[in-house]
Design a protein around this ligand. Structure first.
Ligand SMILES: Nc1ncnc2c1ncn2[C@@H]1O[C@H](COP(=O)(O)OP(=O)(O)OP(=O)(O)O)[C@@H](O)[C@H]1O
Length: 234
């Protein structure tokens, strides 16, 4: 379902010596390049800075140092081009209390100029196993169903870069398995994903590179090593 705005020269996302945190850095400086056709996984112990890094990339937090560039230009999260290119699901449960599941997806589709909003909304409802709950309000959903709706909204819209914070959280094994398949499809269709995760299987199945963050180091490793670190070192 990737329908990326066209990129200019240069990597999709380029992070160099980026320092992230709340006044003081929460981890060592991070350097990552995310190219179209890749899934980059951020791994590390609780509190190592994965979410803080994602929140900085999306512009919710200002960098404390270093550089952050998309398509070779400075990131401006208020720009229309940035908002069109970056879809994020960072676990924030922001719903309209009186809009149904289906209406949330339609709103996302219309807001992002999706062709055939009704068809895409129905497709995502089915994909995320929400068809039977299409007319439910957010307050009437289970926590896993709310998570599915947030993910479905990210997948319903065009994007060049998908940012996900522990997308496996609260999902049952069936939908986790499907999610891994969709992330592989995302990269095979030329999209890119930057995600924080604690799920070694998701890393093994999807990641093209893994950024392992500790208190005193940031290392880039392959998916096999990344899964091994999650299983045995965290
Ligand atoms: N709003 C905030 N103000 C100050 N410190 C914060 C804030 N949010 C998080 N922190 C701290 O920043 C550090 C990094 O937190 P972060 O949420 O980025 O970790 P994480 O790697 O995503 O962890 P987890 O695996 O538990 O989700 C932690 O020590 C955390 O307590």
């Amino acid at each position: 379902m990737t329908n990326a705005p066209s990129a200019t020269d240069g990597p999709l996302l380029e992070v160099a010596d980026l320092e992230v945190g709340y006044g003081l850095p929460v981890c060592p400086p991070v350097s990552i390049t995310v190219e179209p056709g890749s899934v980059v996984a951020l791994i590390g112990a609780n509190g190592c800075g994965k979410s803080t890094l994602l929140r900085t990339v999306i512009g919710f937090l200002a960098p404390l140092g270093g550089t952050l560039r998309m398509f070779g230009a400075e990131v401006d999260e208020r720009s229309r081009a940035f908002r069109a290119a970056v879809a994020a699901e960072l676990g924030d449960e922001a719903f309209f209390p009186s809009l149904t599941v289906r209406e949330h997806l339609l709103l996302t589709c219309y807001g992002h100029g999706v062709d055939d909003p009704e068809g895409v909304a129905d497709y995502q409802l089915e994909a995320f196993g929400l068809t039977a709950r299409a007319d439910a309000l957010p307050a009437a959903l289970s926590s896993g169903q709310r998570r599915r709706l947030l993910l479905a909204s990210a997948f319903a819209r065009p994007r060049s870069l998908l940012l996900l914070d522990e997308p496996e959280q609260r999902l049952d094994s069936t939908i986790r398995d499907k999610l891994a398949g969709w992330l592989v499809e995302e990269r095979e269709e030329g999209g890119a994903v930057l995600m924080a995760t604690h799920d070694p299987v998701l890393v093994e199945r999807t990641a093209t590179a893994v950024v392992a963050i500790t208190e005193d180091s940031v290392r880039v490793v392959d998916a096999v090593r990344g899964a091994d670190i999650i299983r045995h070192e965290l």
